[in-house]
Design a protein around this ligand. Structure first.
Ligand code: NCD
Ligand code: ZN
Ligand code: ZN
Length: 343
């Protein structure tokens, strides 16, 4: 049995750090284990251009613990007002690494998202031209589509045509949750997916059976077990199209334990530990390093990290909450001890 594991320092290719006082909590947790992170742009006032990304990046750097060399990799938020010039400027900047497509209304702070995907095609054309990756929250928002079918419906309605129209645009299907997404990624060139710890560890019973568990609620919603198995198979396959993206998405405890609770799991406090547990259960700890530390930078055409990170097999319990600005934050999987610990 493996009781200690040293891997190249990982990166997080999908992260929500939020803004303001929240940065004092979120940034340090990610910097503890990740060297770099793709920072999502869905703030209350979304990061829609290079100028806003630059200011947000500075606020993140200002919140870094001393001596940390953590690098935030910024993204811009696509809207129906995104211009060709916005894409040019983002591509030319040395701190923006992708642009994110949120269908309007699909998830947290997405009201400014794209209402008409086809109207975005000139922007996607420009992204392809500059080789700026497209990151997608792949869910339709149609009220007549069942929430468990929204990812598949997005592939059928939009992603297939985006893929065909822009064959060399690099696309990341973010936080993939279904067999259909795995198949789509496998079948198409220049197409990858991030996988979250919650979707590798949990299925929808963990959300809904025996009581509703708001801290396991995220979007896309947890799916049935067959889908979880497809994701774990992809993650542990050694296929470089699948890599780590936590989608750690902190919301104050009161916002989650609520009449209308927010979507998002706070995993960044123990993300690599949670992934290690998922890989170990599958007997695939030897595949963790590629997934966590190699395939992401390879896709983004960035160097792999030089530093290492060591994990040991050790049971520990997360505290009931962390402070989060003036509020508190409940860690994901708080009720069950974690199995791995960073040395
Ligand atoms: N995943 C989530 O459930 N929530 C994310 C948004 C997102 O990634 O869709 C958030 O910002 O809270
Ligand atoms: Zn999302
Ligand atoms: Zn996210």
């Amino acid at each position: 049995m493996t009781t200690q594991l040293t891997i190249t320092k990982p990166d997080d290719w999908h992260l929500h750090l939020r803004d303001g006082p929240a940065l004092n909590t979120t940034v340090a947790f990610s910097a503890r284990q990740f060297q770099r992170a793709i920072v999502m742009p869905n703030l209350a006032q979304p990061i829609v251009n290079a100028e806003r990304a630059s200011a947000y990046r500075q606020r993140i750097l200002d919140a870094l613990p001393e001596k940390s060399s953590f690098q935030p990799l910024m993204t811009i938020y696509l809207t129906n007002d995104t211009s060709i010039e916005d894409i040019k400027q983002a591509s030319q900047s040395d701190y923006i690494f992708a642009a994110k497509l949120y269908p309007a209304g699909a998830t947290t702070n997405s009201s400014n998202g794209v209402a008409d995907v086809s109207a975005l095609f000139p922007v996607l054309e420009e992204m392809q031209k500059h080789d700026l990756p497209l990151l997608v929250h792949a869910e339709v928002t149609d009220t007549d589509i069942d929430i468990f079918d929204r990812e598949k419906a997005f592939i059928d309605k939009y992603l297939t045509s985006i893929r065909k129209t822009f064959p060399e645009l690099r696309i990341v299907l973010e936080h993939a949750t279904t067999q259909q997404s795995v198949d789509f990624v496998l079948e198409n060139n220049y197409t990858a997916a991030t996988l979250t710890p919650q979707h590798l560890l949990f299925n929808r019973n963990d959300l809904l059976a025996g009581g509703i568990r708001p801290h396991n609620y995220c979007l896309p919603i947890l799916k049935r077990e067959t889908h979880r198995q497809a994701l774990i198979k992809a993650a542990t396959s050694g296929n470089p199209k699948f890599f780590l993206g936590t989608d750690s998405a902190p919301h104050a405890t009161t916002a989650k334990e609520n009449q209308c609770g927010c979507a998002g799991c706070f995993t960044a406090y123990a993300a690599i530990e949670l992934y290690a547990e998922a890989f170990e259960k599958e007997g695939a700890l030897n595949k963790l390093e590629g997934f966590s530390s190699f395939y992401g930078p390879d896709f983004y055409r960035l160097p792999r990290n030089k530093q290492t990170l060591t994990l040991s097999k050790e049971s520990w319990q997360a505290p009931p909450s962390y402070s989060f600005g003036t509020q508190t934050l409940t860690p994901f999987r708080q009720e069950t001890p974690l199995q791995w610990k960073i040395k």
